[in-house]
Ligand binder design. Structure first.
Ligand code: DC
Length: 228
């Protein structure tokens, strides 16, 4: 494409609030959105459901190719895969565990790369994940690396789940968050890391409104038009 639509990337560890920030920016700019983690979750869910080994790259590639994914839009906020609504299922325990296992596989990442690039449509895209700025959209107009201390991320998750009436333990959440951080940062293919040209935004101790304000200020500095 001669003049590809602009992209804003929001990368960072689990629980840093990437989704909330990405949605707020997309709403403000009226741009498209890509929640790349949900793609890995869908592949994880299908690998688990069809008993596909997470070591079998060719079978995993077939899984990716067999998926007809319809994403949320204004008409329907749900994610539908091959005719089945998986909105809840991809947030479940097995899909979450399998997502991080399939995310390590080079062939899965390569197959998903093409799909992710397909989300880049006018007037622009806000993409959140782990490697949006480093691998998928290296020419992004703005790359945000959203961080927060592990303690704060675990506390936020705890409050969120408690709010939903779930019985969870803060020490368990903290432990599993540390494990996911280690997996994301230490994997060989596309590990989570700060892009050299990223704006690092540490949200520890900040309100959501403060995080959004800082991100929008960074977008303005990059020459993006933000009205009101
Ligand atoms: O952001 P999330 O928790 O929905 O991500 C689910 C899994 O996918 C998690 O293990 C990290 C992985 N992931 C990835 O490897 N690359 C991305 N761009 C997005 C998510």
């Amino acid at each position: 494409m001669a003049n590809p639509p602009p992209v804003i990337c929001v990368d960072g560890p689990s629980g840093s609030g990437k989704g909330t920030l990405a949605r707020a920016i997309a709403k403000k700019l009226d741009w498209n959105i890509l929640d790349s983690g949900s793609l890995y979750r869908i592949v994880g869910l299908y690998a688990y459901s069809f008993d596909v080994s997470v070591e079998d790259d060719d079978a995993l590639k077939q899984v990716v190719e067999s998926l007809d994914i319809e994403f949320a839009n204004e008409r329907s906020p749900n994610i539908v895969v091959n005719g089945r609504d998986v909105t809840q299922a991809i947030r479940g325990e097995e899909a979450t565990r399998y997502a991080s296992l399939v995310a390590k596989r080079e062939k899965v990442r390569a197959a998903l790369l093409v799909r992710q690039k397909g989300f880049r449509r006018p007037p622009g895209l806000v993409a959140d994940g782990r490697d949006m700025g480093t691998v998928v959209f290296p020419d992004a107009k703005l790359k945000i690396y959203l961080d927060a201390s592990p303690e704060e991320r675990a506390r936020r998750r705890y409050a969120e789940l408690k709010d939903k009436g779930l019985n969870v333990s803060l020490p368990d959440l903290f432990q599993s968050l540390k494990e996911r951080d280690a997996q994301d940062k230490n994997r060989r293919v596309s590990p989570l890391k700060v892009a050299p040209d990223a704006f690092v935004l540490d949200s520890t101790g900040l309100s959501i409104a403060e995080v959004i304000a800082q991100a929008l200020a960074a977008a303005k500095q990059k020459g993006l038009q933000i009205t009101n």
